[in-house]
Ligand binder design. Sequence first.
Ligand code: DC
Length: 222
Amino acid sequence: MKSVIAIDGPAGAGKSTIAKKLAKKFNYRYLDTGAMYRAVTWYVINNDIDISNNKKLSEIASNINISFKTDNNGETYIYVNDNNVTNKIRENIIDKNVSDVAKISGVRKEMVKIQKRIAENGKIIVDGRDIASRVLPDAELKIYLTASVEERARRRHNELIEKGISSDFEKVKEEIEKRDSIDKNRKDSPLIKTDDAVLVDSTNLSIEEVVDKISSLIKEGD
Ligand code: DC
């Protein structure tokens, strides 16, 4: 059984949904690294800090305390210092700004340090953009999970509608394309599929089909 699993891919490919299900199935921990960049972004916006001030943002990333807590029902919450920001980091203002925070090297350095430490003891599924390439280059299984941009936008759009939030499909698609472009073109650890990663395209697959596919890869060789 593989113990350290890296899942990378663009926004809306289903990484967190799949990773959570896999973690539950194998009784592994789950680390959502995107949530950490979102947490830094929340802090920056909440404190009216100029988002283009790289030096200041790097300092913040090294000074704030980002932590995860799991309750008795297995629900995980993310904290910035003493603030439970679990829901706040999913707001649209964070979606719009997080890629610009995540491209700052000083911010990435701090997040990667914490992520490596959390993953140290194995039995963990970690999702993000640079997990295979930078955070856990020795992961025993690397997955690059993707889907067409239309499908990813449709999923996001439906999610918003279901939550009762008004949504414009074309705008959602544009925002996803913009985030993809920033994530793929930044200088420091851009989103890439490493040569040793298994490509899983979820465009025409159900959540269960993706979970089954990756589960077999986790168990392969047992
Ligand atoms: O997966 P997500 O949408 O929650 O990620 C939020 C942002 O953080 C996204 O723009 C990419 C960035 N990110 C990153 O640069 N590296 C990671 N390991 C995870 C996320």
